[in-house]
Structures are given as structure tokens and as C-alpha cells.
Design a protein around this ligand. Structure first.
Ligand SMILES: *Cc1c(COP(=O)(O)O)cnc(C)c1O
Length: 404
């Protein structure tokens, strides 16, 4: 036998190995389907982690982007960018918030939120502002956002962490109230409306309402990270709208550009005017290509009633999974909202990634034991059925195996 070919063993030797990747490369897509370079076809129930809102090669997104690329891709924030105002006005209309800062990723949106909270505190005369964050939270991988994140695997090896975060359990308003009594430096509560990486853990409606009331009483900012759960995914524009509340600060990213990198942080009256020229900035954020992608994504979502579709397809998947898995030992819970669904097993299930791909289905596993589905919001009823038909036997066979 010859020595193993190092390139075959690692087809990406020059790329830093930050991901455990499946051995497949996608070459193109159409709607909710993608094809790999070997010509195999998959149903995309991951959408690039809640990014490809409109699926792939959307007939009204692609021409708009082509048109924009031919006009102007990038210009500096030294100039006015009318598309920024257009997208910001639409996001404000949909959210009830007042102003928006644009960046290029989710962690940048969260960095901006953290900076807003600190500036808010300093304006109130609090020299060392602190922010309440949640257990199992994920807010990104920059030094500040990984400090706000709760996963020790993400923090390990990167200390010292940024200070100024106080952690409470998710859905424990009493714990946040007790911090309010003991810590005069708190200026904000920061959480994902539905935790994504932490295992699809929704903040309950009463939690969101309770935190809204607490923040009002304390004059704190309620900051809801909707990077993953926002932009129509749960069947409302923003997941917190199910609770009938409005946050003070809302970071967005993933699905907003339907694949073009984009981030945004939207702010209400208490935070909309905290940043002044010189306080914050970005080279790429708000560039005309990303803005056009955002404007067009939201327009198509509205025209094609994709919120209603997300709710309907989500309900279809939920009831099919409940019927298939209800009472099955090994399936602990089915959670989420709309097309953000987590199926928690009683054991680590990363092995399902490859098996699902072999069966023509792309999905994700998060928090070790939670199967995560985040399909494009254009998913149709037949495609939803296909997800169920592919996934249910895989899970049943997996659970029937002796544990390793
Ligand atoms: C993905 C994610 C982020 C980080 O976004 P990046 O674009 O990867 O920086 C932050 N918060 C939540 C809730 C996310 O799901």
C-alpha cells in the first residue's frame, strides 16, 4: 500500500481547519435543491445555516443582484448610500424600531449592540456597564461576542475574556430581577429570542414580556439577537413579535441578504441616536450590493407571502415529526418555531450528518444532540414531506443501534 495521499485525506490543506467538514462540495442550486460536484442532488434543509432565505438561484433575486453588480458593488460610507436608507426604512417599518446600522456579519451586529449598551450606560454615568446574558447563548466568535457566548468550547484557549457580562439561565426572569437588585452597573439584557447554536431553545412568551417589563422598570436596553431566528423564519418578521413586544436593540444578519453577507443592528428610541460620527464604523457594511440583496429579499418575502409559508410548512413539519417520534424513546423533545426546528435526541447524533447527506438531505446537528432544520422559506409542501420521509427512518435506525 502506498502512503495515504495527503490531498485526498484533506482536500483543503491550505485552509485553516476551523470546521469538521463533510466530504462534499456544492456546485450549484435551484430552489431548495443543491447539487454537489459529483452530480449528486440534495434537498437543502440547512440553507447555509438560515442564510439562503429564498433558496438558490431565485429568479427575482439573481437578476437584481446582477443589475447591482453592473452598476456599483461597493462604495465607502464616506458617501450617502440611498439603498441603505431604503433597507433601513423597511426594517424600521417591519420592526417598529427607529434607526439601523449596517455591517456584514452577525457577530458584527452583536458587537454594535454591545457597544450601544456600553455607550447607553456611560451616558447614564455608569463607568463599568454590565450586560445580562443567558446560559447556552451564542452571539459570535469575536473576543467580545465569544465572551457573551456561554459555550466553554468556544471560549477555551481565547482568554482573557471581555468583562462586563453577567449570566443567568434562559427563561428565568426572577434571576434577572435578582441581578437588578444586587448590581447597579447593569445596563442591558441581551439574549437570542430563540437560541440557535445552543440547541433551538426558545425564550418563552412570558419571559420576553417579563424581561421587557424589567428593562422598562430599570431603564435597561432589551437587546434581542435575531441573527438566526429573525427575517421571517418563525412565521413573523421577527421571532419576538409572537410575544407582542418591541426590543430596544435587535441584531440581524444571516437571512437578511439571502446569501450575500450582511448584518444590521436596529434600534428603538432609547438607542437610535447613541452613535455619533466617529463612534462606530465598517468598510464593507452597508455596501450597495448587500443593501440591494436585503431590499430585494424583503420585497420577495412580502410579495410571495413567505412568512405565511414559513408558518404553514413549519406546522406541517412539526406535526409530522410529532406523529413519527411521539413516544419514541430516544427523542427527548421537538422545539422551535416555523422553519427553525430542533429535534433533541438522548445522545450525541453528529453521525446523522453524513447519513442524511447520503440520503440526499442537508441538515445540521447542534449542541451535540439536537437535529436542526433551517430550510429556505420557499420550501413547498412536497419538499417538507420529503424532509420527513428522508429523516424519520434515519433517526429511527440510529436510535435502534446500540450506543457507542
Ligand atoms: C450565527 C449567529 C451569530 C454570528 O453570526 P456570524 O455571521 O457567524 O458572525 C450570532 N448570533 C446568532 C444567534 C447566530 O445564530
Amino acid at each position: 500500500m502506498n502512503a495515504p495521499d495527503p490531498v485526498a485525506a484533506n482536500p483543503m490543506p491550505h485552509v485553516m481547519s476551523t470546521y469538521a467538514r463533510l466530504p462534499l462540495a456544492l456546485s450549484h442550486g435551484q430552489g431548495c435543491r443543491v447539487w454537489d460536484t459529483r452530480g449528486r442532488r440534495y434537498l437543502d434543509a440547512l440553507a447555509g445555516i438560515a442564510v439562503s432565505t429564498l433558496g438558490h438561484n431565485h429568479p427575482r433575486l439573481v437578476p437584481a443582484l446582477q443589475d447591482q453588480i453592473a452598476r456599483i458593488i461597493h462604495c465607502s460610507n464616506y458617501y450617502e448610500v440611498p439603498l441603505q436608507e431604503q433597507l433601513a426604512a423597511r426594517l424600521c417599518e417591519l420592526s417598529g424600531l427607529e434607526s439601523v446600522f449596517f455591517c456584514s456579519t452577525g457577530l458584527e451586529a452583536n458587537e454594535a449592540a454591545i457597544k450601544l449598551a456600553r455607550k447607553f450606560g456611560h451616558q447614564k454615568g455608569i463607568q463599568r456597564p454590565e450586560i445580562i446574558v443567558c446560559e447556552k447563548a451564542f452571539h459570535g466568535r469575536s473576543i467580545a461576542t465569544l465572551s457573551a457566548t456561554a459555550n466553554p468550547k468556544i471560549q477555551e484557549g481565547f482568554g482573557p475574556l471581555v468583562e462586563g457580562f453577567v449570566r443567568v439561565p434562559l427563561n428565568d426572569v426572577a434571576a434577572a430581577e435578582s441581578v437588578a437588585r444586587s448590581n447597579p452597573n447593569v445596563v442591558a439584557v441581551f439574549l437570542e429570542t430563540i437560541q440557535g447554536e445552543g440547541g433551538i431553545n426558545p425564550a418563552r412568551i412570558e419571559t420576553l414580556q417579563g424581561l421587557r417589563a424589567l428593562c422598562d422598570r430599570q431603564d435597561w436596553l432589551l437587546m434581542l439577537d435575531e441573527v438566526q431566528c429573525g427575517i421571517g423564519r418563525t412565521g413573523k418578521w421577527f421571532a419576538h413579535q409572537w410575544a407582542g413586544i418591541v426590543p430596544d436593540v435587535m441584531p440581524l444578519a444571516k437571512g437578511l441578504g439571502s446569501g450575500v453577507p450582511i448584518g444590521a443592528v436596529a434600534a428603538g428610541p432609547r438607542a437610535a441616536r447613541l452613535f455619533q460620527p466617529g463612534n462606530h464604523g465598517t468598510t464593507f457594511g452597508g455596501n450597495p450590493l448587500a443593501m440591494r440583496a436585503g431590499v430585494q429579499t424583503l420585497a420577495i418575502m412580502t410579495e410571495d407571502r413567505l412568512l405565511e409559508n414559513a408558518a404553514a410548512r413549519g406546522a406541517q413539519l412539526r406535526s409530522a415529526f410529532e406523529a413519527a417520534f411521539g413516544g419514541l424513546p430516544g427523542v427527548k423533545d421537538i422545539r422551535g418555531g416555523g422553519l427553525m426546528i430542533g429535534i433533541e435526541l438522548d445522545r450525541p447524533c453528529g453521525a446523522l450528518l453524513q447519513r442524511a447527506a447520503d440520503a440526499g438531505l442537508l441538515l445540521s446537528v447542534t449542541a451535540d444532540s439536537v437535529i436542526r432544520l433551517l430550510p429556505p422559506l420557499i420550501l413547498d409542501a412536497a419538499e417538507a414531506d420529503e424532509i420527513v420521509t428522508a429523516l424519520v427512518p434515519l433517526v429511527k435506525a440510529f436510535l435502534a443501534e446500540p450506543r457507542p
